[in-house]
Design a protein around this ligand. Structure first.
Ligand SMILES: Cc1cc2nc3c(=O)[nH]c(=O)nc-3n(C[C@H](O)[C@H](O)[C@H](O)COP(=O)(O)OP(=O)(O)OC[C@H]3O[C@@H](n4cnc5c(N)ncnc54)[C@H](O)[C@@H]3O)c2cc1C
Ligand code: FES
Length: 268
């Protein structure tokens, strides 16, 4: 069940240009309930008369119980700091409170039969993909992460990634790893993977679908789950501001998603 809670700012690490890892203290019930692919809505503080009016959704990268006495239970988010939605988070000081709601949405389903998971991330999609990788590894699932970016400086540095996952990188400018699209790397893992999970902009899913189509008939393809993003107002399925077209009709990204089977989503 999602809860309204106060998330208290602990610290921020500039992990990437214009992106920071933000740690917030959160109630234990929220930390324990959080599942990979779920998100929280964070408000920038109406009380302070701050713009913007609406909260912003952020994927949960890590939900961690306190490691010692006096330590808080916490949520880690990877937050884009270049826009209006995270303005106060960028300036926050330890102890500053933020109105929050979560954990929200329907996340990735690992399923008991998955033993080799192929995870694909672009942009801030790396945050929920790290959460999924860590959950999968903890269950003994072998994990390969394919991470794409425009250039090497847009890749989350290795110390933030799970050490037990195999990691392959693609950059559009060739400054690290494969020179080209991250979806170019998918075919070499299709024989290996028995589940595919992605968080990326929708054009990447179109390319992923094309890469899979080339193999249709040659082998049984693993099921693919992808996360969809829409601007959100309520986060709980009430305002209908976040709908996505699926083969089963319109669905809300905030409550029915953000994770959907790839074959269900109608992509442009
Ligand atoms: C389910 C869900 C989960 C999300 N998880 C995350 C998350 O984990 N981390 C996160 O940062 N955002 C996440 N978002 C997006 C987030 O809610 C905001 O939309 C985003 O942070 C930008 O909002 P803003 O108001 O600060 O920027 P705006 O002021 O609306 O945008 C300013 C400009 O920056 C560009 N921009 C926006 N986001 C980015 C980005 N990440 N990188 C580069 N340019 C960008 C926009 O295109 C725009 O031109 C998520 C959205 C959804 C629906
Ligand atoms: S944000 Fe209101 S229905 Fe999804």
């Amino acid at each position: 069940m999602p809860q309204q809670f106060t998330a208290t700012f602990i610290e921020r690490e500039e992990a990437l240009p214009r992106n920071a890892i933000v740690r917030l203290a959160a109630p234990r019930a929220v930390v324990d309930a959080a599942a990979p692919g779920q998100f929280v809505m964070l408000h920038q503080g109406l009380a302070a008369g701050r713009d913007p009016l609406l909260p912003r959704p952020f994927s949960i990268m890590r939900a961690t119980r306190a490691r010692g006495a006096g330590e808080p239970d916490s949520l880690e988010l990877l937050v884009f700091t270049g826009g209006r939605g995270a303005g106060r988070l960028v300036e926050a000081r330890p102890g500053e409170p933020f109105a929050a709601l979560g954990p929200l949405g329907s996340g990735y389903q690992l399923g008991g039969r998955v033993s080799r998971a192929l995870l694909l991330a672009v942009g801030h999609g790396i945050a929920p993909i790290v959460a999924l990788a860590e959950a999968a590894l903890a269950r003994g699932v072998a994990v390969t992460m394919l991470v794409g970016a425009n250039s090497a400086d847009q890749l989350l540095p290795l110390p933030y990634l799970p050490t037990d996952a195999e990691i392959a990188v693609a950059t559009a400018d060739g400054s690290r790893g494969h020179h080209g699209a991250v979806t170019d790397l998918v075919p070499e893992y299709l024989e290996w993977a028995d589940g595919i999970y992605a968080y990326a902009p929708e054009p990447v899913y179109v390319a992923l679908r094309e890469a899979l189509r080339a193999y249709r008939g040659a082998r049984t393809l693993p099921p693919v789950q992808v996360a969809i993003e829409r601007g959100m107002a309520c986060g709980v399925g009430v305002c209908l501001g976040c709908v996505v077209q699926t083969k089963g009709g319109l669905k809300t990204v905030c409550r029915d998603g953000p994770v959907f089977p790839l074959e269900q989503v109608v992509l442009d």
